[in-house]
Design a binder for this molecule. Sequence first.
Ligand SMILES: C[S@@+](CC[C@H](N)C(=O)[O-])C[C@H]1O[C@@H](n2cnc3c(N)ncnc32)[C@H](O)[C@@H]1O
Length: 347
Amino acid sequence: MTDKTKKSEKKKPATSRKKEKAQQREIEKRNAVMLAFNKYYEEEWGSERWPVLLEALQKPVRHCMMINKYANIQELKTKLEPTLADLTMLDFLRIPCYASKSHSRFPAPSKDSAGVTDYYILDAGSVLATEALDIQPEDHVLDICAAPGGKTLSILQRLDAKYGQLTSNEIASDRRRRLRQVIESYIPANIAADLSTVVGKDGTKYYGEPEQYDKVLLDAPCSSERHVLHDEKEFEIWTPKRTQMNAKRQLALLKAAVHSVRVGGLVLYGTCSISSLENDKVIEKMIKKGKIPVEPVKQKWPVGEKTKYGWIMLPDRTEGWGPLYFALLKRTGASKEEEDSEEEEDE
Ligand SMILES: C[S@@+](CC[C@H](N)C(=O)[O-])C[C@H]1O[C@@H](n2cnc3c(N)ncnc32)[C@H](O)[C@@H]1O
């Protein structure tokens, strides 16, 4: 044995000890975050519900396939022939969506002979949220936080290319690129040209086009606890502060969304968070302190549960769908901010 190999053999236990210590620190850090996480959400959901909900959140995320009406359905039927027995149509959705009975993976989406992609894979809660906005074929719609584009696509399924219009906004340029790709690959070019526009503004400052839209969808960036639980790195940096910071940004986005909708129009606010600070509390602040009068439109849905102002789908009570919170707001009048400044001008 040479001196060199002897040295490296002596070193080995030291490095593995270092590694072990680092691993131990990681475990301790993760345990500490888990304690804080559990404490926070147990207070929110109660000691009976929380362990059940946590277990459901830790299971693999469930998806459905949303069929693209612009794709060739005959070709799609042939493609899905071998998996047909395992597919079940989701009867609580109006857009045709299928889930796997055995929770298996779907065949990957693919292009038909005309180059249009056949289906989009997403949480059924996302489709339900856009259905709650009750899009009519002729509506002018703003999707204020749109990438990667699942909800934008489901809105596009409902609009008439002659009369309807969708503006999809996304602040992050890489995600905006993805959004454009999604629209291009699912909507034939001539229809997309009439129906859809993609823009890249900061949604919290979306005040350039007041009262332009019949409907606004705000699928707000949020704490995404289910995603965080499945991502070690994200989980390690979780603190209760995160939900407070998100709630602030969400309220700013909601104010802009309400500003952009016409009087009598609807805003659908949604998140995939389980924190009430990011859900009902944001709506409550908008109703009670916002300068634009809005009222909640209460609706019941076949899947999920009622909250103070909206609806939530949680995986422990929906066969795995969600989390998805949504609340519908109707704008009932002009902005008091404008009235205030007009009064100031008169004085
Ligand atoms: C929950 S995701 C939207 C998911 C999308 N609606 C879908 O169904 O595919 C939130 C998006 O909002 C974007 N975002 C965050 N802050 C924003 C802002 N101030 N203005 C516009 N978009 C923003 C994020 O980059 C992210 O893509």
